[in-house]
Design a protein around this ligand. Structure first.
Ligand code: ATP
Ligand code: MG
Length: 596
């Protein structure tokens, strides 16, 4: 028999340390907690100073309401808060903090100093180290609060060991501050590390200005506002042009009632909205603010408060999907800055979030401050003014800007590209990508209208798959029928194709099915056909579309170009590749040195 020590209550300091394990994972989580406190205190300026990526010092200074000298010690106690009082408050949280444990947790794993002033009092300071408080004393400080954490995790060696390099920790802090600054454009933020200015945004900005300050002109120009609301819910934000997508999802920002969150529902809804606009492995630039009645969301899910739980996640999913998809369907990038491009095909797009940008050139010097810092910053730090990969402007080539209807077809290049001109532009259209998009949109329309017309094959085609491929494909044969593709078992592992979608008489069914087998193996079971409809139709249109090195007559090319204007998303094929690229006469003349 094992004998257990007697049960006893843990000491406060140990309880705080345990709580700190969840609340303070790394320097960035401490910065997040401190900045949230400053925001809750109504600060309009928040400055963060670090040493050694926050490992030696994290200092957050604000000009908020401050803490009265008599409450300084209490603020550091566990379960002490000014933000909620009754159980009902817990269900209607409007502040970032509410658990009353962040300062106590941080004080238990660092050497903390809290200095604050509430006018007209003098400022006071109190220290806490290893659970022991120092005497409160007067200290110079303007209205507001400064919290300094020195030597985070000095007394929790296991945690300390997990810290990464100073550059990596700094990069995490930078990320956190970017999302805080995005959600609070009226507040000024600065970040300094080892006395080097990493990042600075001024107070009193508008949202679009803030995007410019944080991400630079290209991103600001190529993201489009959306706003949709019903039944007390609202999704507001910006969706980026597919061309400013990235290979990571760090530029997908989500906020629930202004709280930055990581949430699968919002992430999935946004990715769905970009479906067939982005290449595999690419993620959009997107900012989604969900405004939701507090009874529909639980923010008390995790001590770090970065996760939430929705009571009706399907409703939220639909709203966000609809909001982002509609703005993308309207292809706002086709509305020329000079007004020459075609209008959105949907009139359902919400009112713009903010007035069109008047570029805040007065911030140039601040941006330069940052750009200077960024160029010498460690590689892991993402510069505030990121230039999107494969960026559009400032380069000589643009993607999908001109309406197809205005193009005059000149001919075919390399049996692959349709050459066109429009005003002063030379445009190259990828014939396979164009045909793929047209086919995809047609199939989708036909499917939505009831069924995809199919054409019976006079001479049925046969092909074989191996037994495991047969097992995967078998259950979907009925579904394919609804897509105009009739494939039956012929016995063993042999299949017979009886009819194909009328649009794609040359569809290579075997390779389509093999690709789908690959999809199933990669993503798991195709749960419902509707979930996979886009993927299957995209595959179908890819396999059915004309290929490169396929000669087209002038009439065929003209017909294809004319047709492109009738559908959504014709700037990209269903796999996210661009359909057209264009170059201006000005650029061409520069190539030939007619213009210098
Ligand atoms: N920068 C600040 N300015 C003014 N008051 C502050 C500041 N930081 C903390 N406080 C006060 O100290 C209290 C305790 O802060 P703490 O972060 O520990 O808890 P909280 O913010 O209430 O909840 P949570 O643990 O969820 O963050 C706050 O409720 C607030 O009254
Ligand atoms: Mg707090």
């Amino acid at each position: 028999m094992i004998s257990m020590p007697p049960i006893h209550l843990l000491e406060d300091h140990l309880i705080n340390k345990i709580a700190a394990g969840e609340v303070v994972e790394r320097p960035a989580s401490a910065v997040k907690e401190l900045v949230e406190n400053s925001l809750d205190a109504g600060a309009t300026q928040i400055d963060v100073e670090l040493k050694d990526g926050g490992k030696k010092l994290i200092l957050v200074r604000d000009n908020g309401v401050g803490i009265s000298k008599d409450e300084l010690k209490l603020a550091l106690a566990r379960h002490s808060t000014s933000k909620i009082s009754t159980e009902n408050d817990l269900y209607a949280i409007s502040s970032f903090g509410f658990r009353g444990e962040a300062l106590a947790s941080m004080a238990s794993v660092s050497k903390l100093t809290l200095t604050s002033r509430v006018e007209p009092e003098f400022a006071h300071e109190i220290g806490c180290e290893g659970g022991q408080f120092s005497e409160r004393k007067e200290a110079p400080h303007p209205q507001g609060t400064t919290v300094a954490l020195r030597f985070l995790f000095y007394n929790t060696p296991a945690r300390l060991k997990f810290l990464k390099s100073a550059d990596t920790e700094l990069a995490h802090i930078h990320d956190i501050l970017i999302s805080m600054a995005l959600a609070n454009p009226q507040v000024g933020f600065s970040l300094t590390c080892d006395q080097k200015k990493i990042f600075y945004v001024k107070s009193g900005s508008h949202f679009k200005e803030r995007i410019f300050e944080l991400f630079g002109k290209e991103t600001e120009q190529y993201c489009y506002p959306f706003q949709i609301g019903h039944s007390g819910l609202e999704a507001v934000g910006y969706a980026g042009h597919p061309q400013i997508s990235r290979s990571h999802n760090k530029n997908m920002y989500f906020f629930v009632n202004n709280r930055p969150v990581k949430d699968k529902v919002l992430h999935h809804a946004t990715m769905e909205a970009y479906r067939d606009l982005l290449m595999k492995g690419r993620y959009p630039f997107s900012i989604v603010f969900l405004k939701i009645p507090s009874e529909m969301v639980d923010v008390n899910v995790h001590p770090a408060k970065t996760e939430v739980r929705f009571s009706q996640s399907q409703v939220i999913h639909r709203l966000v999907y609809e909001a982002v998809r509609k703005i993308l369907e309207a292809a706002p990038w086709n509305q020329a800055m000079d007004g020459a491009r075609h209008a959105p095909t949907h009139d359902t797009v919400g009112a713009p979030l903010a007035a069109p940008p008047s570029l805040p050139f007065q911030f140039q010097s601040e941006s330069d401050v940052f750009r200077g810092a960024a160029s010498s910053a460690p590689t892991e730090i993402r510069p505030t003014h990121q230039s999107p990969e494969g960026n559009i402007s400032q380069k000589q080539i643009q993607f999908g800007q001109t309406p197809y209807a205005s193009m005059e077809v000149l001919g075919q290049f390399w049996g692959t590209y349709i050459l066109c001109q429009s005003d002063d532009k030379l445009i190259l259209i990828d014939q396979h990508a164009a045909h793929e998009r047209i086919g995809f949109e047609k199939l989708l329309l036909q499917y939505k209208e009831g069924e995809i017309p199919s054409q019976h094959l006079l001479i049925p085609e046969n092909f074989d798959l191996n037994p495991s491929q047969t097992a995967i494909v078998g259950p979907y044969l009925d579904d394919f029928k609804k897509m105009g593709l009739e494939v039956d078992f012929f016995g063993g592992n042999t299949f017979v194709v009886k009819s194909k979608p009328a649009l794609f008489k040359k569809l290579d069914v075997k390779s389509l099915l093999l690709d789908l087998v690959g999809d199933v193996l990669e993503k798991g079971k195709l749960t419902s056909l509707i979930d996979q409809l886009h993927a299957v139709l995209a595959r179908m249109s890819c396999h059915g579309a004309i290929r490169a090195h396929h000669l087209l007559t002038l009439e065929e090319m003209k017909a294809m170009v004319r047709e492109l204007d009738q559908y959504h998303f014709t700037s990209f094929c269903p796999h996210g590749r661009p359909v057209s690229v264009e170059v201006t006469r000005y650029e061409i003349e520069k190539w030939f040195k007619r213009i210098v």
